[in-house]
Design a protein around this ligand. Structure first.
Ligand code: GLN
Length: 217
């Protein structure tokens, strides 16, 4: 099985290491001709969504990837990747203060917009808004065993627009400021998995296993 890993910016090497450990081959996607390669699934890594989106546009990769996702190619998107998938993005105003690059032309626009959710960028604060937690994730092997969640300037899923078809698979109930409240931090919708946290950084391969099980031709 071969997985395309978007390798423009961010934490893509860590995904590749896990995918290889699980027996998959990885194809790095860095330019539009890389999208001609046959792949069984695609990973959109964390990083900086504004930078990634700008590069996707400039390199002429955005529309091709979007089409592949719409045609059913399985996708695992983490953190910035989730933001790229989301139909709508809120919190742009706060996010703008922390973004390295946010060209005027891109403000407030969605990128692939294939996942019917609204995500809030940098939902847990500014640069230092990183924290750890854990939760049971629906659909994982040994579902009852909590999965370690690592959040780095993470978004969360503020609302779900696709009705019952969008399945929240991960929810945290204790927020980083110590208060209680439910935040959806992972969803599954048809061929798409969107996670606000970083499963590639915690030494637990179960999220990637779930993804690979969707990629079987
Ligand atoms: N805050 C980043 C963004 O808005 C996402 C952070 C991450 O991917 N770890 O793109």
């Amino acid at each position: 099985m071969r997985i395309g890993v978007l390798a423009l910016q961010g934490a893509f090497i860590e995904h590749e290491q896990i995918l290889k450990e699980l027996g998959a081959e990885c194809a790095e996607l860095r330019k539009s001709s890389d999208l001609d390669k046959e792949v069984d699934g695609i990973v959109l890594p964390g990083g900086e969504s504004t930078v990634q989106r700008k590069l996707l546009e400039e390199l002429g990769m955005l529309e091709t990837i979007k089409k592949k996702i719409q045609q059913g190619l399985p996708v695992l998107a983490t953190c910035a990747g989730l933001i790229l998938l989301a139909e709508s993005v809120s919190g742009q105003r706060e996010a703008r203060k922390t973004a390295l690059i946010e060209p005027r032309s891109l403000r407030g626009q969605a990128c692939f917009a294939t996942l019917p959710v609204t995500v809030r960028r940098n939902a847990y604060g500014r640069q230092l808004g990183s924290f750890s937690s854990s939760a049971n994730i629906r659909g994982l092997r040994e579902e009852e065993r909590p999965f370690p969640l690592e959040f780095i300037r993470a978004p969360y899923i503020e609302s779900v627009c696709g009705g019952e078809e969008v399945e929240p698979i991960a929810v945290i109930e204790k927020l980083p400021d110590g208060s209680r409240g439910k935040n959806i931090v992972g969803v599954r919708y048809q061929n798409q998995i969107g996670l606000a946290f970083h499963p590639e950084l915690v030494g637990d391969t179960r999220c990637h296993e779930m993804f690979l099980s969707m990629c079987h031709a």
